[in-house]
Design a protein around this ligand. Structure first.
Ligand SMILES: CC(C)(COP(=O)(O)OP(=O)(O)OC[C@H]1O[C@@H](n2cnc3c(N)ncnc32)[C@H](O)[C@@H]1OP(=O)(O)O)[C@@H](O)C(=O)NCCC(=O)NCCS
Length: 323
């Protein structure tokens, strides 16, 4: 049996820190409200001359270093993003060229909003376990600040920029145990960015073409849905809640994370939390959190990790990994 094993992790956050106090100057909000309702204290914002590709390349280089591999060792790149550099080439292709990954490797983006990394991980796992690739870079990279309406207090306090990456390698030893993906396209009006290439560019200027969210309604669906996927994942593997060593959730809101941890009966000490410093970095949030907890020594080899995400689409998914 071939597994996809996590060989290395990497991440990158842009230098610029935006605090809640700064947001108080932009919209009618307060540091206290943001901390209490979301758990967020600050977030990072890309520099004017940085793009999704730039963040992804640094995170991917760090993951390769951690794995002890070279770009030439990689034969698959899958990148989750909803803020790509271009319509095409895909950001994955731009990363391939930038890093010097073999011409001829497979490279493509997946679009599943905040679930983008879990979707990318699922596809990479399928490539590796069926012999379609041996070593994969799976990346989540986002420049959310570019699609935020900085006059909308209901959304602009939530998001941040960043990138995270995993290197997966085919291995006889256990690795990714299962992945679970779902979508429901019927709730588009609750969370969307209402412009796209085929609809023309009229909405690009001003706030019309920026991210829209009915936060309270999204919140309720997210809590319900994530509770269900936790059960689905454990049942599929015949495991108990108490078998999970670490929950690595999508970092949207500390209250959503707490609800999922409660459902798992997991103390918050076993939940990787980066939402306070990163905000919601969409597809980048899980690999960013993963890398933070590997590098600070919390996550150790052999431990059982449950990753879960929920986002626009709606899309949602999970992965169970023996690290
Ligand atoms: C956005 C979110 C933080 C709002 O928190 P909430 O507790 O649901 O708050 P509500 O939307 O019910 O708003 C409560 C009040 O706070 C106000 N409010 C909203 N944003 C505010 C802000 N930044 N500062 C101060 N007040 C704010 C609202 O206008 C509302 O005021 P009203 O009662 O006078 O109408 C929360 O709903 C959330 O995190 N939603 C899901 C996020 C998510 O998961 N997104 C995408 C999935 S990736």
């Amino acid at each position: 049996m071939t597994y996809a094993r996590v060989k290395g992790t990497g991440s990158y956050l842009p230098e610029r820190v935006m605090t809640n106090a700064e947001l108080e100057q932009l919209v009618d909000t307060s540091d206290r409200w943001i901390r209490e309702r979301t758990g967020i204290c600050e977030r990072r914002i890309v520099a004017d001359d940085q793009s999704c590709r730039d963040l992804a390349m640094i995170a991917a280089s760090r993951a390769l270093d951690a794995a002890g591999l070279q770009p030439g060792d990689i034969d698959l790149i899958i990148l989750g993003t909803c803020t790509p550099d271009r319509v095409f080439p895909s950001t994955a292709c731009l990363v391939q060229a930038g890093l010097g990954v073999n011409p001829g490797a497979v490279a493509f983006d997946v679009s599943a909003a905040c679930s983008g990394f879990i979707y990318a991980l699922d596809v990479a796992n399928r490539f590796i376990t069926t012999g379609g690739a041996r070593r994969a870079l799976v990346i989540g990279s986002e420049t959310m600040s570019r699609i935020i309406d900085w006059t909308d207090r209901g959304t602009c306090v939530l998001f941040g920029d960043g990138a995270g990456a995993l290197v997966l390698e085919a291995d006889d030893e256990t690795g990714i145990l299962s992945t679970h993906l779902h979508a429901d396209g019927g709730c588009e009006d609750l969370l969307n960015v209402p412009w796209g290439v085929s609809q023309g560019y009229d909405a690009l200027s001003g706030s019309a073409g920026k991210l829209k969210m009915r936060g309270n309604e999204v919140f309720k669906v997210a809590v319900r849905t994530l509770g269900r996927i936790v059960d689905e994942t454990l049942e599929a593997n015949g495991l108990a809640k108490s078998d999970v060593d670490w929950l690595i959730p999508h970092q949207a809101n500390i209250r959503i994370i707490q609800a999922t941890a409660k459902k798992l009966g997991l103390p918050m000490e076993q939940v990787v939390q980066t939402v306070a410093e990163h905000g919601n970095t969409s597809a980048a949030s899980i690999p960013l959190a993963f890398d933070v907890a590997v590098r600070d020594g919390r996550i150790r080899r052999g431990e059982l990790l449950l990753l879960e995400a929920f986002g626009g689409g709606f899309t949602w998914g999970s992965a169970l990994i023996r690290y």
